[in-house]
Design a protein around this ligand. Structure first.
Ligand SMILES: O=C(O)CCC(=O)C(=O)O
Ligand SMILES: [Fe+2]
Length: 296
């Protein structure tokens, strides 16, 4: 008996069926139990050159926006601060960012955490050269206070564009299960060298997607390896939250909207804010519906 086939719960059934379709059930379970999972490249359903196209788009956008020349990313010795300026708002820079944001496996996972109404909140890159500084443990679900651990509010879907196969790569590290605390880290919990919490470090090939509940505490190891670790970070949120970017599906041409129909769903028009009167009362029903079920 497969409950999702019995058509009693349209939102939950749809989310469950997508997980089955893309062979992601184990990853959904890891997200629920540990707050983090890594989906290997072969389950992301992209063509072979996708990750190279994504990495190149990130490096070219960084060069163009910052007026720099990165050269060979495998030997680049530029500083972190030079490579991580103007890192946000990437969708319009190259269609590969839209392809990444609307990837069916990625959306199936985002919707497991945030419901079918999940919205794309923000996109940014991280280009990490050899550096000596660890990144402190933190939650990405800013503004969610203690008590908020029952459901996910925010999800980080990070596409690894280079290998994270050893500690020398400067991988992200996680405190498994910390999403259940439902709060941000306190000052004495943050330092990776002294935190009393057990951590795991990401160990995955380029093309994998690391996905975490935004409330899962994470940080990053210093990078010892020469060259650049390159990552596309995609933040999804529940629909009632204030997205990072004020972007709209109207910003994209009809051709792009036709090619990536999921854009309409992940960049919905907002019901809020309003002043004396709401100018778009017709948008209210979709938002109110999200209050009926965590999978809505
Ligand atoms: O650089 C890393 O591995 C961690 C990045 C991070 O904290 C994030 O993407 O939210
Ligand atoms: Fe983070």
């Amino acid at each position: 008996m497969t409950i999702s086939a019995l058509a009693t719960s349209p939102d939950t059934d749809a989310v469950m069926q997508e997980l089955e379709k893309y062979d992601l059930v184990q990853h959904a379970l890891e997200l629920t139990a540990y707050g983090v999972t890594v989906v290997p490249p072969e389950k992301m359903g992209v063509d072979e050159d996708f990750v190279e196209r994504l990495k190149t788009a990130i490096l070219r956008t960084c060069e163009r926006r910052n007026g720099i020349e990165i050269g060979d990313p495998e030997t680049c010795t530029m500083r972190f601060s030079e490579l991580n300026e103007r890192i946000w708002y990437l969708l319009k820079e190259d269609d590969v960012f839209i392809e990444a944001a609307t990837n069916p496996s990625a959306l199936a996972m985002a919707r497991w955490l945030l419901g079918r109404s999940a919205v794309l909140s923000g996109t940014n890159w991280i280009i990490k050269p050899r550096n000596r500084e660890p990144l402190d443990l933190h939650s990405d679900a800013h503004g969610i206070p203690p008590g908020g651990g029952g459901i996910a509010h925010h999800a980080n879907l990070s596409w690894l564009c280079t290998d994270y196969t050893g500690l020398e790569d400067g991988p992200t590290v996680f405190v498994p299960g910390s999403h259940l605390y439902g709060r941000a880290t306190l000052p004495h919990e943050k330092d990776l060298r002294t935190t009393p919490f057990k951590t795991i470090s990401l160990n995955a090939k380029a093309g994998s997607m690391a996905i975490w509940n935004g409330s899962t505490w994470h940080g990053a190891m210093p990078r010892d390896e020469l060259g650049l670790r390159v990552t596309l970070v995609q933040s999804f949120m529940r629909r009632h939250m204030r997205p990072i970017h004020d972007w709209s599906v109207e910003d994209f041409s009809p051709e792009v909207r036709d090619k990536y129909p999921e854009l309409e769903n992940i960049l919905p028009p907002s019901f809020y804010p309003w002043r004396e009167e709401n100018e778009h009362p017709e948008r209210g029903a979709a938002l109110i519906h999200t209050g009926t079920n965590p999978y809505a």
